[in-house]
Ligand binder design. Structure first.
Ligand code: SF4
Ligand code: SF4
Length: 199
């Protein structure tokens, strides 16, 4: 099953690379920028979690594994202390010194984040980091929260910024399971996979 999931990942990675390359004038992603790994829920399906943990445990050194393990315990303790667990947000436990300690094995949402999305109903949305001066901020109309045609023209960008259908819902659609012959399985916020260790 993991082999087939790997084939699916290769497929979406190659698509996402093309999408990111086409949006270069608007993208600020770089190593060490980790805002999208913080104060998040990070939806993760069972197969993503198995793939992530397998890869991480087989590649990370003992010190890194120990740090991640402590991060998980700290986040779970914090989670215990809040009333609204459904809305609980946290910094990803795999994030160490602003870098992902499981980068090759990261989940699907981590691979797509940062692109402008167009959902199946046609609704376009910019990533949250746009409002922090990062992706697409150079063409954002701060009043309408939409792309400003004027800014695109004035800055003579070669291409219009585009929205892609890269929502988590779409990327984990059943069609991909049928095409690549695997199951995503149950989906949870990443930290919840460590509560009952049901993997
Ligand atoms: S998506 Fe935004 S927050 Fe995340 S790495 Fe790229 S620029 Fe930084
Ligand atoms: S798995 Fe890596 S890329 Fe994904 S949220 Fe965690 S630290 Fe960020």
């Amino acid at each position: 099953m993991l082999e087939n999931y790997q084939k699916y990942l290769n497929f979406i990675d190659s698509k996402l690379t093309k999408f990111f390359n086409s949006q270069k004038p608007y993208i600020q992603c770089r190593k060490g920028c980790s805002k999208c790994c913080k104060m998040a829920q990070i939806p993760t399906s069972r197969i993503e979690m198995v793939y992530l943990l397998n890869g991480f445990l087989n590649s990370a050194d003992a010190k890194t594994q120990d740090t991640v393990s402590k991060n998980i315990q700290n986040i779970l303790s914090l989670r215990e202390s809040v009333n609204n667990k459904k809305e609980f947000r946290y910094n990803c436990p795999f994030l160490i010194d602003d870098n992902c300690s499981a980068y090759p094995y990261r989940g699907i949402i981590c691979r797509a984040f940062g692109l402008m999305t167009q959902n199946t109903d046609g609704k376009i949305s910019v990533p949250f980091c746009c409002f922090e001066g990062l992706n697409y901020a150079n063409v954002l109309d701060l009043q309408t929260h939409k792309v400003s045609e004027k800014k695109v023209k004035n800055r003579e960008f070669p291409e219009e910024p585009l929205g892609f259908n890269v929502s988590y819902e779409y990327l984990t659609d059943k069609d991909f399971e049928d095409t690549f012959q695997f199951k995503f399985g149950e989906k949870r916020p990443l930290i919840e996979w460590f509560i009952d260790k049901k993997l």
